[in-house]
Design a protein around this ligand. Structure first.
Ligand code: NAD
Length: 521
């Protein structure tokens, strides 16, 4: 399945292998194991770049036995890693941040090749990894338990946070490396070991990230087994999800995946952290600064070709400004540079594959059947030299109502426009979807802004004022409510999910008073 010489596929293959070599990832281990030539009977996964739409190379796929072996190694490594002092674990994460800084461009290149992100966004994703390493290093000296007043004299009541165990990370194609780092940087300082099942669409980015962490571990004299990667599709993920030794399963992906994973982990008494689909909206109020709103909206809706969990998918606009806003957006959408994400000036790269483009076009047909009007975009786009790639023009669609298609997440650049007259109506429309990830309001009216942020406002995990729905910083807790899964990752107190809490009562008196005044003999 090696691409023909001189084609875009061949160029991307060489670029990917060169980036892996610079990073020091084990290139021979990612070379073809071909069942057809009799050298192996292993199943394989193809590495397909959305830029070319054809396989660049083929990798061996982890079977159930490989996943089992990875968990066994991680569980064994946990027995020593858990007792390494937190600040020393932080030192390994600091080194990972340095290595990511050194190889920022190399890793970003792999992200562009596998996920189709424009160079600036791919570099931004690696920067996010560096940022979360910084954050976790600080955390490694500040993971703190509380001491509470005991009701009994001569007693101390306190809590300690201990390492949890093996953390399983299942990640989606659209943030092929950042999601792993949010989980892993924090899990490592918490004393956990990690087994990662990346998206089957982005295995090279995963091998590269893991190689950098393993280098940081080896330099400090720790076992590489602290960090494991298993490559494969859903079956490899299922094996990880079902294994009782995985204390926390952190899964990022579609709502469908979360609905399959949650009962399995709950059934074996494990913990899960789910980061699932979003259907994010922005309210645009009459007082909004429309110049600023247009910039925020276009980045959130068309950036990453609409393939972020936080992508803006619904605009809820006051009827007094809707025509003005739609006119401005139409003009910007019509001029969006679509094409090879490596090229200077490109703002919209390809969708992940032809299936994603078909789902986008089908959603637009459904919207039209519901009475919607496609104002601009929504067409397949041919890019020179890449006939197999699935490029589209981002779509802006006026809808008469929030119909079923609007209430679903279509993972593509479609922005539905709805109108409202009162803020109550806007909030009701806003919250009337199954998902609850990210939200925004554009307004200069403090009453409207605070109402939207309050308990009667947006029901999402992320609620912004005068910025779009995407592009969160790592210092805050990231995640959403309802069918988005309820998990929180990255900053704030998200670390608590990666540790177990022990409540301790210490009696330093000579008496044995019982709590609640109980008298026993
Ligand atoms: P997906 O659900 O198809 O796959 C995600 C991962 O889950 C992959 O690694 C896949 O192999 C694995 N998987 C699928 N079914 C599984 C199962 N039954 N058991 C175990 N593993 C399984 O999602 P995708 O297409 O890669 O990514 C896009 C989706 O991810 C969108 O819905 C997007 O909103 C969501 N997402 C959410 C966040 C967030 O933080 N909330 C971040 C990124 C992406």
């Amino acid at each position: 399945t090696t691409p023909a010489a001189g084609t875009l596929g061949a160029e991307l293959r060489e670029a990917a292998l060169a980036a892996l070599r610079r990073i020091g990832a084990d290139v021979p281990s990612v070379e073809l194991v071909d069942p057809a030539d009799g050298t192996s009977t292993r199943s394989t996964i193809p590495v397909v770049s959305p830029l070319a739409g054809e396989p660049l190379l083929t990798l061996p796929e982890a079977g159930a036995a490989d996943v089992d072996a990875a968990i066994t190694s991680a569980a064994e490594a946990f027995r020593t890693w858990r007792s390494v002092p937190g600040p020393v674990r932080g030192g390994v994460v600091r080194r990972l941040g340095e290595l990511l800084t050194e190889h920022k461009a190399d890793l970003a290149e792999l992200v562009t090749i596998e996920a189709g992100k424009i160079t600036s966004e791919a570099l931004g994703e690696v920067q996010e990894m560096i940022d979360v390493c910084d954050y976790a290093v600080g955390l490694s000296r500040s993971l703190g338990g509380r001491t509470m007043p005991s009701e009994r004299p001569g007693h101390r009541l306190m809590e300690q946070w201990h390492p949890l165990g093996v953390v399983g990370v299942v990640s989606a194609f659209n943030f092929p490396v950042a999601v792993w780092s949010w989980n892993t940087a924090v899990a490592l300082v918490c004393g956990d070991t990690v087994v990662w099942k990346p998206s089957e669409k982005t295995p090279l980015s995963a091998l590269a990230s893991n190689a950098l962490l393993r280098q940081a571990l080896a330099e400090a004299g720790f076992p590489e087994a602290v960090s494991q990667v298993v490559l494969g599709a859903r079956e490899a993920g299922e094996a990880l999800v079902a294994d009782r030794r995985v204390a926390l399963l952190s899964a990022t992906g579609s709502e469908r995946m979360g609905q399959q994973v949650a009962p399995v982990v709950a059934g074996r008494g494990g913990r899960y952290l789910l980061e699932l689909g979003g259907n994010n909206a922005a309210v645009v109020a009459p007082s909004a600064d429309l110049d600023l709103a247009v910039r925020g909206i276009v980045f959130a809706a068309a950036g990453t070709a609409g393939q972020r969990c936080t992508s803006l998918r619904r605009l809820i606009v006051h009827s007094s400004v809707v025509d003005d806003l739609v006119g401005r957006l139409q003009a910007v959408y019509a001029g969006l540079p679509i094409g090879d994400p490596r090229a200077d000036g490109t703002l919209v790269g390809p969708l992940t594959d032809g299936g994603a483009r078909e789902r986008m076009l089908a959603a637009l047909d459904e919207a039209r059947a519901d009475g919607g009007t496609v104002v601009v975009g929504g067409e397949a786009v041919e890019v020179d030299g890449a006939p197999g790639a699935a490029y589209v023009s981002p779509a802006l669609v006026r809808m008469p109502a929030q119909t079923d298609v609007v209430r679903r997440e279509t993972f593509a650049p479609i922005l539905y426009v709805l109108t409202y007259d009162t803020l109550e109506e806007a909030i009701a429309l806003h919250n009337d979807v199954p998902q609850g990830l990210s939200s925004a309001i554009f307004t200069l009216d403090v009453r409207e802004a605070e109402t939207f942020l309050s308990e009667v406002g947006s029901d999402c995990g992320i609620v912004n004022v005068n910025i779009g729905t995407s592009g969160a910083e790592i210092g805050g807790a990231f995640g959403g409510e309802k069918s988005t899964g309820g998990g929180r990752e990255s900053g704030s107190d998200s670390w608590k999910q990666y540790m177990r809490r022990a409540t301790n009562t210490v009696n330093y008196s000579t008496e044995l008073p019982l709590a609640q005044g109980v008298n026993f003999g």
